[in-house]
Design a protein around this ligand. Structure first.
Ligand SMILES: [Zn+2]
Length: 299
């Protein structure tokens, strides 16, 4: 047989199995698809060093980059969601989310310091059922605000509630919008500042309640923020939406948020805001009016 007809003589046959990167060590960038070690990604605050894509941060990671090391004292860590409506599959979803995130619920809150300013801090974890606001998340946010009012400490909340209200808890979940908004109103009457940090993605009932009611609202670049998603809006109004619609920069241009700040600048920025907002004897309400976002970013 002629040599060119002979097949499979080479020992170097390509493996049919695709090699997988070991889990837990590498992350594949969602945008540029390059692999980065988790350690390196964390060192860059979970921003891809190749293309600048912002990866999601867990509530604990957000806590670590925002408050002073070792200053956080968690409160109400034991609060857990029940299944009040006996929604099909909800307990199983909760169980899996707990396993995956090592959290009992999508929100954590506690007291801390930020650049040595005493604050109350809360963060929402998107990995826990999309960071959706069920009864426990609403309760934790409300308790954070009520405690802040009692202690006269500013509140800083980092939201990532892409799921909005939690459908598995129906009306009880929707009521959290009113409850948290009322807590913000009481904070405002007591002249206790509330700084809202909105991260990608923050939609639905979270964006439509406390997250949009901060005295100062800071968003990360490119964050998706809105109520209904763009596809739903397009289908409803029968028109295509402008480019960048519901992104942080679009909302800044239209006066819905105050500042778009890179992740690395959020802590120093909040530190400056706290310095200004707590300069009065009892956080005088007038002090809020004298701040212009541009000045703070520039200084
Ligand atoms: Zn990338």
């Amino acid at each position: 047989m002629a040599w060119f007809r002979k097949k499979n003589l080479t020992a170097l046959t390509p493996s049919s199995k695709k090699k997988e990167m070991p889990a837990g060590i590498w992350t594949r960038c969602e945008q540029c698809e390059r692999y980065i070690t988790n350690v390196e990604l964390l060192r860059h605050l979970k921003i891809c060093p190749h293309c600048g894509h912002y990866h999601l941060m867990s509530a604990r990671e957000r806590l670590d980059i925002t408050v002073d090391p070792g200053s956080f004292e968690e409160q109400d860590a034991y609060l857990e969601s029940l299944d009040p409506l006996q929604f099909d599959g909800y307990p199983e979803k909760i169980r899996k989310a707990r396993e995956r995130t090592q959290l009992r619920e999508a929100a954590i809150w506690g007291t801390a310091t930020l650049n040595e300013h005493p604050i109350v801090f809360a963060a929402i974890d998107f990995r826990f059922l999309g960071g959706s606001m069920g009864s426990v998340v609403g309760e934790k946010i409300t308790r954070a605000m009520e405690s802040a009012q009692e202690m006269r400490r500013p509140v800083v909340i980092a939201s990532a509630g892409g799921g909005g209200a939690r459908m598995h808890e129906g009306m009880l979940s929707l009521m959290q919008m009113a409850k948290t908004s009322a807590a913000v109103a009481r904070l405002r009457r007591a002249a206790v500042p509330f700084i809202s940090i909105i991260t990608h993605p923050t939609m639905g009932g979270v964006a439509a309640s406390y997250a949009a009611l901060g005295d100062v609202i800071i968003a990360e670049p490119g964050a998706l923020i809105g109520f209904a998603g763009p596809r739903v809006i397009e289908q409803t109004i029968g028109q295509s939406l402008p480019s960048g619609f519901q992104r942080a920069e679009f909302l800044l241009a239209h006066g819905m948020i105050d500042i778009v700040a890179p992740r690395s600048e959020i802590k120093p920025l909040v530190g400056k805001l706290l310095k200004h907002l707590t300069a009065g004897v009892f956080f005088q309400r007038e002090s809020l009016c004298s701040i212009r976002a541009g000045e703070l970013v520039a200084t």
